[in-house]
Design a binder for this molecule. Structure first.
Ligand SMILES: Cc1cc2nc3c(=O)[nH]c(=O)nc-3n(C[C@H](O)[C@H](O)[C@H](O)COP(=O)(O)OP(=O)(O)OC[C@H]3O[C@@H](n4cnc5c(N)ncnc54)[C@H](O)[C@@H]3O)c2cc1C
Length: 429
């Protein structure tokens, strides 16, 4: 019988384990390896950072859920993948064998690529819940003493929705405390224009986001390369579209939250044939690695090329709905292989995002990711804030229950008109 290992129990890995378990033959087994025993809902981190959520609200203790589902759970974390031997060396020195491996290790945060950048140095982060807790302390100080705030993303980032989201959430939180007038805000981004989002825009995101930034008195710098961050000054080069220097900025700040570039985690980085130069996993349309055909990958760790040429590196976002489509395709493809058939399920990889502004928000759907598209839709309104809360509740309920999809969730997606976007299709051979 086959042993399937899921490496990483974040947004993708947890539901991957549940869906894989449901797709197995009797006697096949699943093991989940994670760094730590807790699942944390990353999309809620911006709310943690302004005190709208507590850490406990968005965490799930995975061991009891996995045990209930009959899934073995190893919280030691992987030290190194040994794909030639079909083994993973864990951090406690033990070795785990697998027949099929699904890598779902998410991103390593590349703060070290810019001097003075990141929560160990001079800027805040919301990428992990502990970073968001530290950001909350900095937010309290900002509320008390005021001063300029810089929000955005560094060159090479591939996650822009949460950068905009955090700018607007911070703006709302400061306004509610009646101290917004003491905090001049600037949005700094490597995107060639506001609302590019790593997708060359979706629907009307350019005008929607520009207009929202203007309305909230947030200035912006696009094509922005963060060169260095001193304790209270950010050194930024603004480029022209052809990559030449347009202006140099020395931006004073009392508070800054910038998303970093991502790369693959150390345990899987630099394996010939498995990863690209930044450590992202190479996958074909079946989520399968060409060099190691018993290895699949899902989520942020998957290598996806940028949508087009930009002055600075601007990565494609991998959002929750896109990840769910990768999960379903992978479960079906491994299930086919176990039954002696060829894989034929292809994930839609559609980009769907709900970006919360604290009291309203924008939503967009790009299908497919690269223009021209069949669906190229964006919208804004108070409903987005409500939908985002709904998504958080459904997802955490799903993780706690050990189920991969509930009728309720499907119903909600149908209501938003985006149910099709989790669709995968089967190739006719
Ligand atoms: C701040 C922020 C907000 C976001 N908001 C949204 C949103 O609103 N909507 C949306 O659709 N998308 C959002 N995203 C994008 C994306 O959905 C999330 O990043 C999502 O968590 C990615 O899922 P993942 O499973 O690929 O990685 P993760 O959820 O990061 O999970 C990776 C897992 O792998 C584990 N791991 C890492 N290294 C090892 C190792 N060596 N051994 C074992 N385990 C390991 C980690 O501990 C973690 O549990 C957001 C991203 C960020 C950063």
């Amino acid at each position: 019988m086959a042993h399937i290992v899921v490496l990483g129990a974040g947004l993708g890995g947890t539901i991957m384990a549940y869906e894989m378990k449901d797709a197995l033959r009797a006697g096949d087994t699943v093991t989940v390896v994670n760094k730590g025993g807790t699942y944390s809902f990353v999309p809620s981190n911006p709310w943690v950072a302004v005190g709208w959520r507590q850490k406990e609200d968005i965490e799930v203790d995975l061991a009891p859920v996995m045990a209930r589902r009959g899934i073995a759970f190893r919280p030691e974390g992987a030290k190194r993948l040994l794909p030639q031997a079909n083994q993973i060396e864990l951090n406690d020195g033990s070795v785990l064998n697998y027949d099929y491996l699904i890598i779902a290790t998410g991103p390593e945060l590349a703060f070290d690529e810019i001097e003075g950048f990141g929560p160990e140095a001079n800027t805040q982060s919301v990428c992990q819940v502990d970073h968001a807790l530290a950001t909350r302390d900095a937010f309290e100080k900002l509320s008390a003493s005021g001063g300029p705030a810089i929000i955005g993303a560094a060159q090479g980032a591939s996650c822009y929705g949460p950068a905009y989201e955090f700018a607007f959430i911070l703006e709302t939180a400061l306004r509610r405390r009646k101290v917004r007038d003491r905090v001049p805000m600037t949005f700094v981004t490597p995107e060639p224009y506001i609302g590019h989002l790593g997708l060359d825009g979706v629907g009307d995101t350019k005008s929607l986001l520009e207009s929202a930034l203007r309305e909230k008195h947030i200035k912006w710098i696009t094509n922005a390369k963060v060169v260095k961050v001193d304790p209270a000054t950010m050194h930024v080069e603004e480029l022209n579209d052809d990559g030449s220097l347009k202006a140099k900025h020395e931006l004073p700040f009392a508070f800054s939250m910038l998303l970093p570039a991502f790369r693959g985690v150390a345990a899987i980085r630099g394996i010939e044939g498995l990863t690209n130069p930044r450590g992202f996993i190479l996958a074909d349309k079946y989520q399968r690695n060409p060099a190691f055909p018993n290895i699949f990958s899902i989520g942020v760790c998957v290598a996806i090329p940028p949508v087009g040429k930009t002055a600075l590196p601007v990565g494609v976002p991998k959002t929750g709905f896109m990840i769910e489509s990768m999960v379903t395709a992978t479960a079906q493809n491994i299930s086919s292989l176990l039954r002696g058939e060829e894989p034929k399920s292809v994930a839609s990889w559609n980009a769907v995002c709900l970006a919360d502004f604290g009291d309203s928000g924008i939503a967009f759907v790009a299908q497919p990711q690269i223009p021209p598209r069949n669906v190229n839709w964006s919208s804004s309104g108070k409903w987005v804030h409500a939908a985002k809360i709904g998504f958080e509740k459904y997802f955490l309920r799903k993780i706690r229950q050990g189920k991969s999809e509930t009728f309720y969730e499907k119903f909600a997606l149908d209501l938003l008109g985006i149910s099709k976007l989790k669709d995968i299709h089967e190739e006719i051979t």
